[in-house]
Design a protein around this ligand. Structure first.
Ligand SMILES: Nc1ncnc2c1ncn2[C@@H]1O[C@H](COP(=O)(O)OP(=O)(O)OP(=O)(O)O)[C@@H](O)[C@H]1O
Length: 234
């Protein structure tokens, strides 16, 4: 297992948000965190990168407990979160955004990311602020790759995007997966999740309420009703 969470607890002030999250990600695996709004999915990702320091439990990355380390130390080990609001530099060009993020030891160079994101190559001289929402999302993922992650975490990467752009980003995430990247995906779009993932976890009130393989999940309509409040038959 490249990443393993054991009984993680986390608070915002006095609110006990994460109430014992345990999950694991194997090398090269894509797992999702599903669940209703406010269930604790984003907070789980933040607890992995150290932005919300766990008060209890372990975050084992390649066997080392990184819980309690400052975020920059965890990032330097190769755990990378692409946050929901993208955080790209609007006044820098696409290429400047990418080269800024590059690390010397990275296996990912500009041409490697341009191969996955040809639109970014076309727009490399444009400012980050001139990109469409979908292109900004692509740039955020591409920038994360330039940091040489070993685990990539994507928080709602297709939220608010048009279906054709969603398809494009799904295809790009598949290409990234094909390189052997381990990925945790938080996403409300179930179709996207089931196209990409090997396994799913459902988070409910700060706990893991369900886990199963993609096949198990697809075959179990009850689970979607119970935990997600969706009716796939509709
Ligand atoms: N910065 C914060 N300060 C205080 N409470 C917060 C903060 N961020 C989130 N929360 C609360 O923590 C709980 C879990 O939020 P979290 O963002 O992890 O949920 P989520 O499952 O990712 O759902 P969403 O899809 O709505 O982001 C919610 O009740 C939320 O209101």
């Amino acid at each position: 297992m490249i990443l393993k969470l054991e009984d993680i607890h986390g608070y915002y002030g006095k609110s006990h948000i994460l109430q014992g999250i345990s999950l694991q990600v194997a090398q090269g695996e894509v797992v999702t965190l599903l669940g209703r709004n406010g269930a604790g999915k984003t907070t789980t990702l933040k607890s992995i990168v150290g932005v919300v320091a766990p008060t209890q439990g372990k975050v084992l990355f390649q066997g080392d407990n990184v819980a309690g380390l400052p975020p920059h130390k965890i990032a330097a080990r190769g755990v990378c979160l692409v946050p929901e609001h993208r955080g790209i530099f609007k006044l820098l060009t696409v290429e400047e955004n990418l080269t800024m993020a590059a690390r010397k030891e990275s296996a990912w160079g500009l041409e490697d990311v341009y191969k996955i994101f040809p639109r970014l190559k076309e727009r490399r001289k444009n400012g980050g602020g001139q990109l469409s929402g979908g292109e900004q999302q692509m740039l955020a993922i591409a920038r994360a790759l330039m940091t040489h992650p070993k685990v990539l975490m994507l928080d709602e990467p297709v939220e608010g995007l048009a279906p054709v752009i969603v398809d494009e980003i799904v295809a790009q995430i598949k290409l990234i997966k094909a390189t052997g990247m381990s990925i945790i995906l938080v996403e409300q779009n179930l179709e996207v999740c089931t196209q990409l993932a090997d396994r799913h976890y459902i988070v409910e009130q700060g706990r893991i309420a369900y886990s199963g393989s993609n096949q198990e999940f697809l075959a179990d309509d009850g689970v979607k009703d119970r935990y997600l409040g969706v009716n796939l038959a509709a």
